[in-house]
Design a protein around this ligand. Sequence first.
Ligand code: PRP
Length: 211
Amino acid sequence: MKTMLNVALPKGRLGEKVYAMFEKAGFPCPSIKENNRKLIFENEQVGVRYFWVKPSDVAIYVERGSADIGVAGKDILLEYRPDVYELTDLKMGKCSMAVASKADFNDDRSKTLVVATKFTNIAKAYYASQGRDIDIIHLNGSIEIAPILGLSDVIVDIVETGTTLKENNLVVVDKFLPISARLIANKANFKFKNELIEKIMRSLEKQTEEV
Ligand code: PRP
């Protein structure tokens, strides 16, 4: 029986682009393009199985070995520090981690700064490096609302085009971390399926150089 390679893809536009790269790398799975709500697709002939998972969950599937490889944002890898190999920077899904506030916010550095974010660990590390005392509020989404409603002084969040900040009258205070998508692998399975994974890695690297 052929060894199956299990791949966790982030659901969404980035995941679709990534799938196209895997297809080019010699791992097509035509059924994935059918418009239905299935989450698992396999092509036994070439030995690949794809799962669509929430982007922030990819690293969990890979860390636990349910997926051999996957694609996760550097933001998730820094925030949750999963025990996986980070194989390569795919140079896609580029964005930044940034601090933002209302335009008229005046920072009084003698006061504790109230920070709302989904990325608690990244925010803590950033302010620790600045020697700044903060009070962290963990939110799950729509972070931009927090300073507007007075819940926080600033937010630490992902900025891609900047449209969300602009439309909510917030400004970037500091863009401090570039983010992009990374190919990750389960540590044990990387050894068992090394040849296969390295082959894909090389093809994806070649494709990223071509763009
Ligand atoms: C992210 C981020 C911002 C937005 C930034 O949200 O949290 O809200 O994208 O993109 P922009 O600079 O291009 O406007 P996401 O869509 O991941 O959803 P979320 O609300 O769950 O964080």
